[in-house]
Design a protein around this ligand. Structure first.
Ligand code: PLP
Length: 342
């Protein structure tokens, strides 16, 4: 009953098998490997964008921070939800790699910005002239930190606001596959067709060992990205091991199959938890949820062997964050629900 995070799960056997295959013999280093060439074609096909520039890095923080860096100046304001991972959980990496851009929190219920909250926040910034940071770019997280999901129409409504000020838009897709499965959208619909310029396309949480793709729809930014990745120390010499993971991840829709399982287990858990009388703090729309239950429940669940993060709760209540993974099984979910109901 392990629900702490989807990156607490292991790597899928098909990913490990691909790594073993890639281990044979010699391959060109630093991204010049033949597998990477195939990955670029695969990603372009998935995103239905024949010119997309594709680069691999080992962590989501790198993908995000370098994506922001190619579109920011040191005096830029980067607009993102107040609870966005880039603002709360990346130890200042976005500020560091952008040479000082300032993250500006945008409010919104359930982890989501709205066109109004974004427009108001962007409107306020830049009024101080030379004394303040300047409007820079927008970053949207899908699946959000609250476990909610933006539809492509909602992404497009946000990017439309950004485009009024000619601001580029980034999508933090650490759980991109889960967002597509939840909405039924295609990768193209969720990104460039909705006004996104650059995506952090996650693999690690969804069954890879450690790989994320940065996908840019403006190839003119590609060279700068390459330079920044190298300068940051994130160009892996044995790059073929990143490429091999991404190739296996995209082959035969493994990425979507794994996210479907995680989301299905999320739905089963969310329904069961609500059925047991808990209240969800946010709509549970993918593989992450935040239920609130009566005081004393944590100790009971922990005694039964459940693992998850405890969260801030309403007065007199307890709250949890539960995350399902590509390898969560039904028995585990049902065992948790039995313990909750006991
Ligand atoms: C929404 C989101 N973005 C980015 C990341 C960063 O990933 P990493 O821990 O690989 O740097 C995470 C990881 O928890 C995440 O949840």
């Amino acid at each position: 009953m392990y629900f702490t995070s989807d990156n607490a799960s292991g790597a899928h056997p098909e990913i490990l098998a691909a790594l073993t295959r890639a281990n044979d013999g010699f391959a060109r280093s630093y991204g010049g490997d033949a597998i990477m060439e195939r990955v670029t074609s695969q990603v372009r096909e998935v995103f239905q964008h024949p010119e997309a520039a594709v680069y691999l890095v080992a962590t989501g923080t790198t993908a995000n921070a370098l994506s922001l860096a190619i579109y920011s100046k040191p005096w830029s304001a980067v607009f993102a939800h107040t609870d966005a991972h880039i603002a709360t959980d990346e130890c200042g990496a976005p500020e560091f790699y952008t040479d000082g851009a300032k993250l500006i929190g945008v409010p919104g219920d359930h982890g989501k910005m709205t066109p109004d909250s974004l427009a108001q926040t962007i409107g306020r910034i830049g009024e101080a002239g030379v004394h303040g940071v300047q409007r820079g770019m927008v970053s949207i997280t899908n699946v959000s930190e609250a476990g909610t999901v933006y539809t492509p129409a909602e992404v497009a409504a946000l990017t439309a606001v950004a485009k009024k000020w000619a601001l580029p838009c980034h999508l933090d897709g650490a759980r991109f596959a889960n967002s597509l499965v939840a909405t039924g959208a295609s990768a193209a619909e969720m990104t460039w067709q909705a006004g996104i310029d650059v995506v952090s396309f996650g693999g690690t949480k969804n069954g890879c060992l450690g790989v994320e793709a940065v996908v840019m729809f403006d190839p003119e930014k590609a060279w700068e990205f390459e330079l920044r990745r190298k300068r940051a120390g994130h160009l892996l010499s044995k790059h073929r091991f990143l490429s091999a993971q991404m190739e296996a991840y995209l082959t035969d829709d493994l990425w979507l199959r794994l996210a479907s399982r995680a989301n299905a287990m999320g739905a089963r858990l969310a329904q069961g938890v609500a059925g047991a009388g808990a209240r969800h703090q946010h709509p549970a729309q993918a593989n992450m949820m935040f239920p609130e239950w009566a005081t004393g429940t944590h100790s009971r669940l922990e005694a039964a062997g459940a693992a998850y993060y405890q969260m801030p709760a309403s007065e007199g209540m307890e709250a949890a964050r539960l995350v399902t993974s590509w390898n969560t099984d039904e028995a585990e979910v049902d065992q948790f629900l039995t313990a909750l109901r006991a």
